[in-house]
Write a protein that binds this ligand. Structure first.
Ligand code: ARG
Length: 244
């Protein structure tokens, strides 16, 4: 009898904890490090603008998050398979992607850029003829090179696809490719920390959004509300100041 009462009380308190929000919901956030200053590894830890932004949104909306770092081209499949709830990875909102996932309101604007080795004398002509480039698989830079350079036969050299931009930039420094195409803010950061330089900006007019599985309106609304709170408060400015 005593035991039964105890169990009932336990069950009631668990229900109470959930409904009162003491036990907050936990969402798995997928990202792909090697995209500084948005997400990168520092002292074995994943840090960056997207990381802080997601933490701020989670705090504003009262949920918990857990990070998972995977290859960029596995993020959307992860959302669809349900192994990830949210993508926070400097992901550009595109029509093709919006057919399979749902994006929040935009939180950052970017273009594409061309990185070459510092003092190599190389310039935008690396994009034409028999030159070798590196990109990150599945990114808008990857697609841009394919559609605008390879398909029309403007670029006839090899394009190497990497899982991360860290590896792409290493190949550039090691003189295995002559250029890397990637997002402008990230190109600037790599140029600041490595013997590479940004020699061209390709105006693609991209905007980054957080993504959830198609139809997950409840979570999308939480993210948009949280994002708005962050934008309306001083937090967004603080994060921009901290990371850029
Ligand atoms: N903005 C580009 C895209 O959406 C590149 C994003 C790469 N992000 C990353 N975390 N590696 O395709």
């Amino acid at each position: 009898m005593f035991k039964k009462t105890f169990l009932v009380l336990l069950a009631v308190s668990v229900v109470f904890l959930f409904s009162s929000g003491v036990m907050a919901e936990t969402y798995v956030v997928g990202t792909s490090a090697g995209f500084p200053p948005f997400e990168y590894i520092e002292d074995g830890e994943i840090v960056g603008f997207d990381i802080d932004l997601m933490e701020a949104i989670a705090e504003a909306q009262g949920f918990e998050i857990e990070w998972t770092d995977i290859s960029f081209d596995s993020l959307i499949p992860g959302l669809n398979a349900g192994t990830i709830d949210i993508v926070a990875a400097g992901m550009t909102i595109t029509d093709e992607r919006a057919q399979v996932v749902d994006f929040t309101d935009p939180y950052f604007s970017a273009n594409q850029a061309l990185l070459v080795r510092e003092d190599s004398g190389m310039n935008v002509t690396v994009l034409f003829g028999d030159h070798n480039l590196a990109v990150q698989t599945g990114t808008t830079g990857d697609l841009w090179v394919e559609e605008n350079l390879q398909d029309p036969g403007i670029l006839t050299g090899r394009v190497t696809h990497f899982d991360t931009f860290v590896l792409a930039v290493q190949d550039l420094i090691a003189e295995r490719v002559e250029g890397v195409v990637l997002d402008t803010p990230v190109a600037r950061r790599y140029a600041a920390d490595n013997p590479v330089e940004m020699v061209a900006e390709l105006v693609t007019g991209e905007e980054y959004g957080l993504a959830v599985a198609s139809g997950n309106t409840e979570l999308l609304e939480k993210l948009n509300a949280g994002l708005q709170e962050v934008k309306d408060s001083s937090v967004m400015d603080e994060l921009l100041e901290k990371h850029f």
